[in-house]
Design a protein around this ligand. Sequence first.
Ligand SMILES: NC(=O)c1ccc[n+]([C@@H]2O[C@H](COP(=O)([O-])OP(=O)(O)OC[C@H]3O[C@@H](n4cnc5c(N)ncnc54)[C@H](OP(=O)(O)O)[C@@H]3O)[C@@H](O)[C@H]2O)c1
Length: 363
Amino acid sequence: MATPSATRAFRDAHDGRFGESYFRPFGDCRISSIGLGTYLGEPTDGVDRGYEAAILTAIKGGCNVLDTAINYRHQRSERVIGTIFERTAVDRDGVFLATKGGFVPFDGRRPADPAGYVSETYVESGIADPEEFVAGSHCIAPDYIEDQLERSLSNLGTEIDLYYVHNPETQLQARSREAVYDRLEETFVRLEKRVRAGDIGAYGVASWDAFRVPANHGSFLSLAEIRERAETAADRAGRERTGFRAIQLPFNVVMADAYTVAPYETPDGTRSVLEFAADVGLSVFTSASIAQGDLAEGVPEDVAERVPGETPAQKAINFARSPPGVTSSLVGTNSPEHVEENVASGERAPLEAGTFEAVFGSS
Ligand SMILES: NC(=O)c1ccc[n+]([C@@H]2O[C@H](COP(=O)([O-])OP(=O)(O)OC[C@H]3O[C@@H](n4cnc5c(N)ncnc54)[C@H](OP(=O)(O)O)[C@@H]3O)[C@@H](O)[C@H]2O)c1
C-alpha cells in the first residue's frame, strides 16, 4: 500500500526535477500529477514487455501513479504490474496503484466462446445472477465486484490504493438511475469493509460519460447522489468516514466537458463536476489526457501558444493537469520513450487557475 512516508520519500528523491505542484496530495500521500495508464494495446507478450519497460521507466523518472483495470488486455496489464512488484526492487509503498472492476474480464486472451466463458465463470459458479449483467459484459453487483476485487488482488499480488467501480453508467442501458444508485450503495458497503480490512486504501467511481454530460442526458449519474450513497454505505458498514475518495473521467483539450458542463446546483451557483469534486474534497484522475493519442499529433494553435511544453503531447498533458480539482492526469503508453516525453511535461509548472480559464476561454 502507498504510505505517506514512502510516497514523500519518492517525492523528495525526484522533486528537484519538476515544476511547481507536480506532486499533489492524496490524503497524506504525495503522488505525481502525471500517471501511467495501461488500457490500450494488444493482449500479447510483446505489449506486456512494452508495459513492463514503460512502468519501470515511469517509476524511475518520477511518476508514482499507475492506473489499470482487471479487463484491460484481458487481465494482462494487471499481471504485468504484479510481476514488477514481485520481481523487481521497486518500493511498492512509494507507488500509488489504482484498478477497477465492472467489465467482465477474459483470462489472458479472448475465449472462443465469450458468452459461454461468462456463463461458466460467473453465472454457473453462482457469483452473479444473469440479469445483473448488461450486454453480457458489465456488472456492478456486490458479490461480483468482491469477486473481481479478489482476482485483482491476486493479479497484482499487493493491496490496492484506489479501487474504482468501472463505468457504472453502463448499467443505465438496462435499469433506472435509482436502481443504479441502489446497487452502487450495496457495493459500496462491501468496499467500505474492504477499506477497513486493509485490502484497499480507498474507493471511487471511474466513468466515461456519467460525470461529464448534462443532468438530462441518458448516461448522467450524479456525483452528489453517489457521494451521499457512499456516506450511507460507510454508516451501514459502521465506519465513521467514507472511503469514497476519488473519481476518474476523461478530460483533455478537445474533450473538456468536465470543466464546461455544470450540472450541479449549489448555493454558489451551478458547478461543473471538476468544481464540485474540488468543493467536496474528492480527488479527480483524468483519463484519455491526450485524447487516446490524437493530441500527440497536434493541439489547437491557441492552446499550443499558451500552454507550457516542448511537444504537442506535453502541452496536452499540461492542459489536462491544470484545472482545479485534478490530482493526476493519466496517459497510457507502452513505450518507454513516450513515458520519458510525457513525464518530462512535469518539468514545467501547469497553468494557474486564472490562466487556465483564459486559455480555455480562447480555445
Ligand atoms: N472509463 C475509464 O475508466 C477509462 C477510459 C479510458 C482510459 N482510462 C485510463 O486512463 C488511461 C489514459 O487514457 P488512454 O490510454 O485511453 O488514452 P491517452 O492516454 O489519451 O492516450 C494513449 C495513447 O496515446 C499514445 N501515446 C502516449 N504518449 C504518447 C506520446 N508521447 N507520443 C505519441 N503517442 C503517445 C499511446 O500509444 P503508445 O503506447 O504507442 O505510446 C496510446 O495509444 C488509460 O490507459 C486507462 O488507464 C480509463
